[in-house]
Design a protein around this ligand. Structure first.
Ligand SMILES: Cc1cc2nc3c(=O)[nH]c(=O)nc-3n(C[C@H](O)[C@H](O)[C@H](O)COP(=O)(O)O)c2cc1C
Length: 189
């Protein structure tokens, strides 16, 4: 393999792309698109999102210290893009996209019903990094579309048709696994 070198850059690909909802103290809600998101800890369950301070969502999240990460499925791709190119400062994206909201259970921030999975989050720390601030948050409640859960209680994320974001483009996810956790060392029965 002959490799070409580049200067340091945000080349971690693919990543999930998510819709983050937030609410300010006046009760205004907003949604924006986030690709710089990641799982950070198992116990307590935590994730991070990186947000530029100029975003309206930044203001709302910093005020309430809460947000919801909604995982969109592929039929929402155009809406995901829209929420990432328009600011809530100029238009009501929730109304524009016709999203149905329902209240959070553990936090005072709505989830998007149109998304099959939603994670209610409470911010635990905010770290300025440069262009973005890193919000570390605890996942305090998880909502999953019941059609993704089988009789044994297993959640089939692979059937949710979630979206991968890779170097500026959106890609669908396949339902066929190419391995599973630990299969490399599993003994044949
Ligand atoms: C695919 C995609 C991924 C994005 N990821 C991020 C991100 O991780 N962090 C961020 O601050 N902005 C991100 N943005 C940009 C914001 O979503 C965009 O600036 C949005 O208009 C902000 O909305 P708001 O001002 O209503 O909060 C992304 C945009 C797109 C299209």
């Amino acid at each position: 393999m002959k490799k070409i070198q580049f200067k340091g850059g945000t080349m971690l690909n693919p990543v999930p792309v998510v819709l983050v909802t937030s609410k300010n103290s006046k009760g205004d809600t907003n949604v924006f698109t986030v690709a710089w998101a990641g799982t950070a800890c198992t116990k307590p369950p935590m994730l991070t999102i990186s947000v530029r301070p100029e975003r309206l969502s930044y203001e709302y999240i910093k005020e309430s210290m809460e947000f919801v990460v909604n995982l969109p499925s592929e039929q929402l791709t155009k809406k995901v893009d829209y929420c990432g190119v328009k600011s809530g400062r100029i238009t009501d994206k929730i109304k524009d996209m016709g999203f149905t909201l329902s209240p959070g259970i553990e936090i005072d921030c709505p989830i998007i019903q149109d998304c099959p999975i939603s994670l209610e989050c409470k911010v635990r720390s905010i770290t300025p990094l440069g262009s973005h601030d890193l919000f570390l948050a605890e996942i305090v409640k998880v909502h999953v579309d019941e059609s993704l859960i089988d009789k044994s209680g297993k959640i089939h994320f692979e059937n949710a048709k979630l979206i991968n974001y890779c170097h500026g483009e959106y890609y669908p996810m396949t339902t066929q696994p190419i391995g599973k956790f630990g299969f490399s060392v599993q003994k044949r029965k």
